[in-house]
Design a protein around this ligand. Sequence first.
Ligand SMILES: C[S@@+](CC[C@H](N)C(=O)[O-])C[C@H]1O[C@@H](n2cnc3c(N)ncnc32)[C@H](O)[C@@H]1O
Length: 216
Amino acid sequence: MRLVTLPGVFTPLSDSWMLARALCAKVRPGQSVLDLCTGSGAIAVAAARSGAGPVTAIDVSRRSVLTVRINARLNGVRVRALRGDLFTPVAGERFDFIVSNPPYMPAENDQIPERGPARALDAGSDGRVLLDRICAQAAAHLNPGGAVMLVQNDLIGIDPTVAALERTGLRADVVERHHGPLGPVLTARAALLEERGLLAPGVREEDVVVVRGLAA
Ligand SMILES: C[S@@+](CC[C@H](N)C(=O)[O-])C[C@H]1O[C@@H](n2cnc3c(N)ncnc32)[C@H](O)[C@@H]1O
């Protein structure tokens, strides 16, 4: 895949590709996909390249939306790129797959950054602000038999994600798990995470998972 990232747009990391692989293994030709918090559009473009369609990608960042359009063109696929807050631009629409690698880093406080690189990372003091909002709203945007797939780590709690999806009537489970060292952002925040009880003392490893919620 050919991919550019304009300055200020999140460069896909291993968790982005983990989610892209999990999605592409499941999506069938012609199935609709919504990629929330799309960044460069890497996951949306990967889905479109594997035959999905129509594919929609949403991000709150203007530069991200522009980057998605460039990347779709570079790869010769169609992606509808929209700017806005989570599901707002697709009110009333439903999809076969909803995927997201949202900001999920526990931050200093509960203030959500409105701009800058922190907007791609920080998700309140528990790291769950965006994830919880997506879990609460996803079911209302899924077609019957559709699935939401979310990437996160174990530091911010996997059970709360499963429970939040199940509260909306979805059947939820963990479909991918990768154990590895903490990335640079979490390593830099390790002392804060230990203080909050999100990280055991001295541990510098995490599980990154894909949680799936299935609609009946
Ligand atoms: C961790 S990055 C992931 C980007 C991409 N999904 C990937 O894996 O490469 C999170 C993205 O969420 C976007 N974002 C943050 N808050 C958002 C919101 N409320 N609605 C939509 N997008 C948001 C950021 O601009 C950023 O591009």
